[in-house]
Design a protein. Sequence first.
Length: 372
Amino acid sequence: MKGTTIITIIICLMFLSSNYLTADTYPNIPPRFKKQQKPVYPKVAIIAQKEGKVILLATIDVNGIAKNIKALTQLGFEFEEAAIEALKKSTFHPAIRQGKPASSVVRIPYEFKLGTSKLDMVLIPAGEFQMGSNNGSLDEKPVHTVHLDAYYIDRYEVTNAQFKQFIDANPRWQKEQIPRIYHDGYYLADWLGNDYPQGKGDHPVVYVSWYAAMAYAKWANKRLPTEAEWEKAARGGLVGKKYPWGDTIDSTNANYFDGTDREITPIASYPANGYGLYDMAGNVREWCLDAFDENFYKSSPRENPVAGVNNLGEVMDDFINLKGNRALRGGSWLNSAHSSRIANRSWRAPSDTNPNEGFRCVKSGNPVPLQK
């Protein structure tokens, strides 16, 4: 018995010393790369803040080229597609059988992890800025100095894919479950049940009421921006400009109504502003936390102003019982160039939903530092 054990051990050691690896022999050990192509992290996964490990099954031929590639996982968010593309561009040291290169079937893992560079919020530093416009509507006047504490704001508008995560986790806010008092009858009108339109996971969610936007923000441990926070972020560090990039606008800058056929575009389809924020003019108008007050600028506090309440906590703690009109900013694919100016203000009832209205979120204070 002892001799049999020794012989078995010797045979195992001889087998382990060979260079021949197969899926059946070592299913979790990839072959040795000769030239490794790293996968591109899918944008839709970054937006949804998704991570995961993809496992591919492939045949590595005698030339070290991957053939017959198949994904053994179904993570979605374009992870499998990204891994397959990377594998196609990689080469390997082929397996050796009887002293000659041989093909082998192997499993190859690709792990996708979000680093700090992929986080979806941007720090807006504390400080003053000039809010409003003396050349716009009465509710934009006068230009006044506002000081804001530091805060983080979403780089992109909240997408359909992100909002689906919210309603899946919170059935009360699903299309067929949301109480009627929190919408006008058109909530998620472009969705089929609890599924967003096919192929539009990276499009801004629309037909969302202020109540639903607030509920999402609270679930995400964030909140909606105040008008002041939204405007400072939209200006991107520029002073006195009409738009996030300057004083003129055209179809290369933003998705706004210019007299041609328009529709909502995927996020980040247009250039970012000076803070690295996308679609601060055009695409969809964005809900703000404030009650709308057309005369607010005439008596606005200098420090961290918010209309309709004494502090942010009052809104966050009791938002489902608030009834007053709420502010919207940013213009949209249905709005004119004039209405897409940074300083332009608009409003709706908190239960209203529309095909050109969405939102993005902010975080107060200085949480764990994020990087662009």
